[in-house]
Design a protein around this ligand. Sequence first.
Ligand code: PHE
Length: 341
Amino acid sequence: MLKMIATIEKHQQDFDSRIHSISTSEPLKQIRIDFLGKKGCIQALMKELRQATPEEKREQGKLINDFKQYVDNLLKVKEDELGKTAKQPASKNETFDTTLPGRRETTGTLHPITQVMEEIKTIFLGLGFQVEEGPEIETDYYNFEALNIPKDHPARDMQDTFYVEGDAVLRTHTSPVQIHVMENREPPLRIIAPGKVYRCDSDVSHTPMFHQIEGLMVEENLSFSHLKGIMNIFLQEVFGKKTKVRFRPSFFPFTCPSAEVDIQCVICSGSGCRVCSQTGWVEILGAGMVDPAVFNCVDYDAEKWTGFAFGLGIERISMLKYGINDIRLFFENDLRFLKQF
Ligand code: PHE
C-alpha cells in the first residue's frame, strides 16, 4: 500500500513537472499517451492491482482513479489553453489597415437604350408632346390594315412579321399606337409612343426585338415644314447643334408625302467612311404627312385635320451616338460593355 502511494506520488511529481514546462501542444499529446495511454503508467498501476486483496483493490483503486482524474483534468485545461494560444500567432500576424477605404456596394446604371429613350422623351416633352403606350401584341388591323397596308400590299414585305395566332402579330413598328390614340382622342394632339417592336431579322445591325419611338402631331394647317422644323430641333438636340439634316423622298403607306431623314455621318463628319457607306450621310428615321386614308380609318375629318408622323429606331440612334458597330452588344448584358454608359 505504501509502495503504491509512493509510486503514485512519484508519477504525479513527474506529471506536474512535465505539464508545467510545456509550451506547444505536441508534447502534450505525448504526456497524455505516457500517463493515460494503453501502455501508460496508470494502466500499469491498474495491472499491478490485479494481484491485490479485495480490500487493497478498493483503497488503492480509489487512489489510482483519483490520480487518473487529476491527470485527465489538468491535461484538458492545458490542451484548452494551448489550443487558444496556438491560434494567436496567426491573428497577431494578420494586419488590419484601418486607413483602407470600405468596400463599395456596386450600383447598377440604366441600360444605354433606356438612357437614350429617356433623353429623347425629355426632348419631345419639352416640345409639348405627351407619352402614350400601346400593346406589343397587335392585331393585323392595327399593325397593317388601319395604317393603309392592305392584305396583299407589297409593303407588307418591308417588315418581317412574327405571326402569333389567328390575326395576332408581334407589332413590327410603333405606328399602331397612332391608331389607338386617334381612336380614343380628338385632335389636336401631339404624342410620342416609345416601346419594343419585333421583326424576324438578325445580323450586326438587326435584332429580332428592338426599340422605336413613334411621333404623331395632328392639328389644323400643319405642313411639311412643321415636320422639318421639329425633326431639325430634335436631331440637333441629340447629335449636337452643328448636325446637318437632310430629307429624301421615300414611301410609307400611312404617310404622304413620305421622307427618310438622314444626318451627316457622325463618325466621319461627312467625308465618307464604312458606317455611312462612303456617302457621308446616315439614315436616321422615317417620317411623313399623315395619309388621309389613315384619318378616314379613325373617323377624323381628313378635310379639316392635317398631321405628320415619324418613327425612329433607338438602337440605331444609340449606335451612332456612341460609335457602336454591332447592335447585338446591347442585348448580351456584358457588364464590361454596359458599364461604359
Ligand atoms: N413605322 C415606320 C417603320 O417602322 C416608320 C415611320 C413612322 C415612317 C411614322 C413614317 C411615319 O419603318
